[in-house]
Design a protein around this ligand. Structure first.
Ligand code: NCD
Length: 336
């Protein structure tokens, strides 16, 4: 595989990603999807390199997916588990990161419940003058770049399996439904989808979709005139689903809700739950996505989740490994 040009040591946010960077990620991911289809999935790309997973917050698929991706690239992996670590003895997060640096870590994949932790560790690595790449695997309410990139690959490869590319999303209507307020997945997707020219329709109850969200987007987008997509806000489902090409559902992040933002889960499902019936409003070829973990029967009906003709959820998980292989590979090849 020819190494594409890549100039980011760290991947912390998608806010300033260019369309050509999305294109590189999609093409590189497509190559790794081919590798994943082989009987032997391992390639020597990161042989001799150490990838450390620092997950300060629970995770099933993201952590396992990064671990498998690093292993299939032949890197050695370390998994940090906060419960059994020296954090409980008072060590700071920066000191934990420096400990793994001293052991020869080349890349750190970091998840933390506070926004900005991966960026702070990346800044410290740069200050120390070491060539360690930091990848944000989800920080607080801020961003989750690898999830949005795997969503992007899943959408584009569904539209053209032979040649997934950003232009395929020009003018496509994508509804993102649910707990937008607490979702770092929604924030990262907003940047990738609007950069690729999609129409993003956010829908949720007013407590989980504040008006300010639209204002924030407009202010940021005004500084990036190349962003060709559009964003719309809806406080009921109907208009968001009308003729939608894709529906992305989001988990209700109960652990992040500090106030009573919903009357009940049943009430939420009645107003915003995605069901077969409700999909009638969308385009006939509509597909449903969800980053997982799913609250079955809340964000979407259980039968819909398992229907391979309507749901791309299983493909999101498979594509997640290929996208993470691509990101680690690209970071490893960065000239910066
Ligand atoms: C997401 C996360 O952790 O932000 N999950 C994931 O990474 N697959 C979304 C969520 O927790 O709901």
């Amino acid at each position: 595989m020819a190494t594409p040009a890549w100039n980011r040591r760290h991947i912390l946010s998608l806010l300033d990603f260019t369309v050509s960077e999305y294109e590189t990620v999609l093409q590189t991911t497509a190559s790794f999807r081919e590798v994943m289809a082989r009987p032997t999935k391992k390639v020597p790309a990161l042989q001799g390199q150490v990838v450390t997973n620092l997950f300060f917050e629970p995770s099933t698929r993201t952590r396992s997916s990064f671990e498998l991706a690093a292993k299939w690239l032949s890197a050695d992996t370390i998994n940090f588990a906060p419960g059994s670590s020296s954090l409980s003895k008072g060590e700071t997060i920066l000191d934990t990161a420096k400990t793994y640096l001293a052991m020869g870590t080349d890349m750190m994949v970091i998840r933390h419940k506070e926004s900005g932790v991966p960026a702070a560790i990346a800044a410290e690595m740069d200050r120390l003058g070491v060539r360690v790449g930091v990848l944000n695997a989800g920080d607080g309410l801020h961003e989750h770049p690898s999830q949005a990139l795997l969503d992007l690959f899943t959408l584009c490869s569904h539209l053209d399996p032979q040649n997934p590319r950003p232009e395929l999303l020009q003018g496509k209507k994508i509804a993102i439904v649910g707990d937008i307020l607490h979702s770092r997945v929604a924030r990262s997707n907003l940047w990738s989808l609007t950069a690729c020219g999609a129409e993003v329709h956010l829908a949720g109850p007013p407590t989980l979709l504040p008006k300010l969200f639209g204002t924030m987007y407009e202010e940021m987008a005004a500084q990036q005139p190349w962003r060709s997509g559009k964003v719309f806000l809806h406080w009921s489902l109907e208009a968001a689903l009308e003729d939608a090409d894709f529906v992305m559902t989001l988990r209700l992040q109960k652990e992040r809700m500090t106030q009573h933002l919903l009357p009940s889960l049943r009430e939420y499902h009645l107003r915003f739950g995605i069901t077969r019936d409700r999909l009638q409003r969308c385009r006939p070829e509509v597909q449903v996505l969800h980053p997982g973990p799913v609250n079955r029967g809340v964000e979407l009906s259980s039968d819909l989740m398992d229907d391979p003709n309507l749901s791309l959820i299983a493909q999101q998980v498979t594509n997640g490994v290929a996208v993470r292989m691509a990101l680690l590979y690209l970071m490893g090849s960065s000239k910066l």
